[in-house]
Write a protein that binds this ligand. Structure first.
Ligand SMILES: [Mn+2]
Length: 364
């Protein structure tokens, strides 16, 4: 079904006459590019895009099937929407309550001649179209080859920040528009920080280093985590316990992937990973969800969490990223992006998940 047909089915279900879309992420499929500016208004019969001068030409070139309006100070959104509402007798208009500020929502309530209903459109993005899946595959391919590159690049003595810079530069060379989020490089004890953004810390031989990063490609995100062993000398004996931690995280990650197929609840996939980690005695050291859906946003719904009962369907894309974090010692996380297929799951990365050493001539 097309984007507009899907939206109109949803309007029926919600008993709405129209929906006013204002968020960057929900406008993107209509505009064909990402911007915080402008609006999409979809009614039962017609579809409209309202943009200012900066975007008008690009929208005119990239879209079809929408009536276009130029937003100007004398012709603001409310005037245009009120004219459409009058001509089509629109009474109930949905708007993105979670995405609009209180101030904006209050203004709209006084300016728009319709009953405004706060809605969320995010569920409509859960099942990706074949075209979206193809784009995300490319975003994942960029992350995958960048992970292979950065593994060879990392040497003891480098700063985490230098590694992040090389990784982000390389992703752009491969076609990424930008990183999907601030690159995480967490080495040694900093590995205990699940979101340890790259710092000035020098990477030391024998440490583990966790890299969590992603590429944005054509407005869609990838998200990937690998934990490597920094070479230079054999790991110190006191680091050895993390080897079994690594094994536990990998076993948990594979168990979650094995649990993914249509009809399964998200919370059951979370449990598959969480049980492995709990049985190994690290339940308290895994304090986040097992994964999240991904697409236009890095973090979308549903989640592989203990409480999300969403049923998996083909075409959903989610991450699987269990981790174990030991304060003062370090941590391990391994993350893939997984496509829910007709009968199971497809991992979109190829880099091996066995513990790999850094450096060109690595011995593992
Ligand atoms: Mn993630």
């Amino acid at each position: 079904m097309t984007l507009l047909a899907t939206l109109r089915d949803w309007l029926d279900q919600q008993q709405l006459d129209a929906v006013l879309i204002s968020s960057r992420q929900n406008k993107q499929p209509h505009f064909g590019f990402a911007t915080g500016s402008g609006y999409v208004l979809v009614t039962r019969q017609t579809a409209h895009i309202l943009v200012d001068f900066r975007y008008y030409a690009q929208v005119a070139e990239q879209t079809s099937g929408y009536q276009l309006y130029l937003l100007e100070s004398q012709k603001p959104m409310a005037a245009i929407v009120n004219a459409i509402a009058a001509s089509e007798s629109l009474r109930r208009i949905g708007f993105e309550g979670e995405q609009v500020s209180w101030q904006t929502g209050s203004d709209w309530q006084t300016q728009l001649n319709a009953t405004l209903v706060a809605v969320s459109l995010d569920a409509l993005r859960q099942i990706k179209t074949p075209q979206e899946i193809a784009i995300i595959r490319e975003a994942c391919r960029i992350a995958d080859i960048s992970a292979a590159h950065i593994r060879r690049f990392i040497q003891p003595g480098m700063r985490e920040r230098e590694v992040a810079a090389e990784l982000e530069w390389f992703m752009k060379q491969q076609g990424a528009e930008k990183p999907s989020f601030d690159t995480i490089v967490a080495s040694g004890p900093r590995g205990a920080l699940p979101h340890g953004k790259a710092s000035e810390k020098v990477i030391v031989a024998g440490e583990l280093v966790t890299l969590d990063f992603g590429a944005q490609y054509q407005g869609y995100c990838s998200d990937m985590t690998r934990t490597f062993l920094v070479t230079g000398r054999d790991p110190a004996p006191e680091k050895m316990p993390l080897w079994s931690v690594y094994d536990t995280v990998l076993t948990a990650q594979l168990a979650a992937i094995a649990a993914i197929r249509p009809g399964v609840r998200c919370c059951d996939v979370d449990a598959a990973a969480r049980n492995v980690i709990a049985e190994a005695g690290y339940g308290a050291n895994f304090g986040h969800n097992t994964g999240h859906a991904i697409g236009i946003d890095v973090h979308e719904n549903p989640r592989f969490s203990p409480t999300d009962t969403t049923i998996l369907q083909p075409g959903m894309l989610l991450t699987v990223e269990p981790g174990i974090y030991l304060e003062g010692q370090g941590g391990v996380r391994i993350e893939d992006v997984v496509l829910v297929t007709a009968d199971g799951a497809e991992v979109l990365y190829t880099l091996p998940k066995t513990l790999l050493a850094t450096g060109e001539g690595s011995w593992m």
